[in-house]
Design a protein around this ligand. Structure first.
Ligand SMILES: Cc1cc2nc3c(=O)[nH]c(=O)nc-3n(C[C@H](O)[C@H](O)[C@H](O)COP(=O)(O)OP(=O)(O)OC[C@H]3O[C@@H](n4cnc5c(N)ncnc54)[C@H](O)[C@@H]3O)c2cc1C
Length: 341
């Protein structure tokens, strides 16, 4: 591991002032960067592996951002959970306000391990770097994420845990957060605090697709800190299904977050996030368009899932994914709506 300076900050303005480059958004390594560290479960691995060695680590784990508040929403929102970025995955999963919100709770509890969930924060979770083994191995020289223009070793290598949506032959790195998949289906927002003030973005607009720019993970500007997540509690049933190679402590091969309300047999509300398939937490807008306002049926669910995966970019290692993703989505739509025919 390269030498680095460690500094701990106690207030948000000091944190923002301490990071002056876009290191958190950019995957390219520049040693003089300063970067935030929260639980450290991604950041320290990257530093140990020599993938990303910022010159300064700014510890944000003691910032006063560890509360979960239940607030009345504006406009279309009913209740909104306002969750501090330093809340751990474990604390959010067992919070009383999350007990009835299955999609959120299960996206947290089906991720990582109890030890990791006790350390890992929700801010760090949505900003975690890809698990692409070629990105995480600095001895591999072809990686457009680390070295723009160098190529993509994954395209010719073992590509099982890789993406098929929002990718092309330049980069097939997968976005790995389960929580972010649930958040896009919940129309959640992220509150950012930067040198120019505070702004709020839909989580669906936070990440950058690999086929747009593999070297950028997200749209954060220099010094911008995620301070909170705003999660509207929907008037709908919800669920999260994660399919993986083993039953615990494993990333998703595919997953589906579904938020749906059926009225008189018709899908009055539907919002879908897909995991394990996208270079970003994938909002399944094509499937939603097929479903919205139509009578719920298994045939309709099949049509919607097929529409979403129609343009998947597959390689020999990932060619099983569109079919698995279709089945995952259909099953979760069926389970959440309780429609069986
Ligand atoms: C073995 C293993 C298995 C895992 N399995 C899963 C899984 O199944 N599903 C899943 O979703 N995740 C999984 N993870 C990922 C894990 O959930 C993340 O590592 C964790 O959530 C990151 O949170 P952290 O607080 O430790 O972030 P850190 O490692 O401290 O930070 C991660 C990144 O976010 C930046 N950052 C952190 N907080 C902020 C903030 N508030 N504002 C701006 N930037 C910030 C940091 O600079 C860094 O770039 C796994 C991890 C491991 C090691």
């Amino acid at each position: 591991m390269h030498p680095f300076t460690y500094t701990r900050v106690d207030d948000v303005d000091a944190a923002v002032a301490a990071v002056t480059t876009d290191a958190v958004a950019r995957a390219v390594q520049v040693p003089e960067d300063a970067a935030f560290i929260a639980g450290g479960t991604t950041q320290l691995d990257l530093m140990r592996d020599g993938v990303w060695s910022p010159g300064t680590l700014v510890d944000i784990s003691r910032l006063p951002l560890a509360d979960v508040e239940v607030e009345d929403g504006d406009g279309d929102d009913g209740t909104v959970l306002v969750v501090g970025a330093a809340v751990t995955m474990a604390d959010l999963a067992r919070h009383a306000a999350v007990a009835g919100l299955d999609v959120l709770r299960d996206s947290l509890l089906l991720a990582a391990s109890p030890q990791l969930r006790a350390m890992a924060t929700i801010g760090g979770n949505v900003l975690q770097r890809t698990r692409c083994r070629y990105f995480r191995d600095p001895t591999v020289s072809q990686c457009n994420k680390r070295e723009p223009g160098s190529g993509c070793a994954a395209v010719e290598g073992t590509a099982r845990m890789h993406a098929v949506l929002g990718v092309d032959a330049g980069c097939i790195a997968l976005h790995a957060s389960d929580l972010a998949v649930a958040l896009v289906a919940l129309d959640a927002r992220v509150r950012l605090h930067g040198p120019d003030g505070v702004r709020t973005l839909p989580v669906a607009d936070l990440h950058v697709r690999a086929d747009d720019d593999p070297a950028r993970d997200n749209v954060l500007t220099p010094g911008e800190l995620v301070t909170h997540l705003e999660i509207p509690v929907p008037d709908a049933r919800t669920g999260y299904l994660k399919v993986r190679d083993r039953a615990s402590y494993e990333f998703a091969l595919t997953s589906a977050a579904v938020v749906a309300r059926v009225e008189d047999g018709v899908l009055a509300h539907v919002a879908i996030g897909l995991g394990g398939v996208g270079s970003v937490p994938w909002r399944a807008t094509r499937a939603e368009e097929v479903l919205r306002g139509r009578p719920a049926s298994l045939a309709l669910f099949e049509e919607a899932a097929a529409a979403e995966l129609a343009d998947a970019f597959t390689l020999p290692g990932t060619d099983f994914k569109p079919e698995l993703a279709r089945r995952t989505l259909v099953r979760q739509l069926r389970d959440v709506t309780e429609v069986t025919a």
